[in-house]
Design a protein. Structure first.
Length: 135
């Protein structure tokens, strides 16, 4: 499951940020999750809890979903991704390779598969908060 690999990356990145910022303890990690990644939030949180370091003993993980949004390159139409408009097989393909959206999704205005993904891809840390030595 790639949720575990993501959790490993999140924990190691947050630890690096904490070291760079001089944090003795990490109290909160805010994670933005693009909807097109279709990450299982419960599995990710479980993995994060299992992988957290000693500086994260009381950390709060905040997962913020970022809705998938598109803009058609042909007609300029903008629209939002709706996971319930694709079947399970398509959903799985997009989950592992978000670029596959171009194969299965078309502009609702002109039916073109030529669109930009303007939001909703990737997983990234929005913030890492914690306590410094003199707090």
């Amino acid at each position: 499951m790639h949720e575990w690999a993501l959790a490993e990356g999140i924990v190691s990145t947050a630890q690096r940020v904490a070291e760079d910022e001089g944090l003795l303890e990490i109290t909160e990690i805010v994670i933005n999750i693009g909807e097109l990644q279709q990450i299982e939030h419960e599995i990710l949180v479980f993995a994060l809890e299992q992988l957290k370091t000693s500086t994260m003993k009381d950390v709060r993980f905040v997962l913020k979903p970022i809705q998938g949004r598109f803009r058609c390159r042909v007609c300029g139409e903008k629209w939002a991704f709706s996971p319930n408009t694709v079947d399970e097989e398509v959903s799985e393909a997009i989950h592992f390779v978000p670029e596959m959206a171009h194969v299965y999704i078309k502009c609702p205005q002109c039916d073109s598969p030529d669109f930009d993904v303007t939001e909703g891809r990737g997983v990234w840390l929005e913030s890492v908060k914690g306590l410094k030595r003199d707090e």
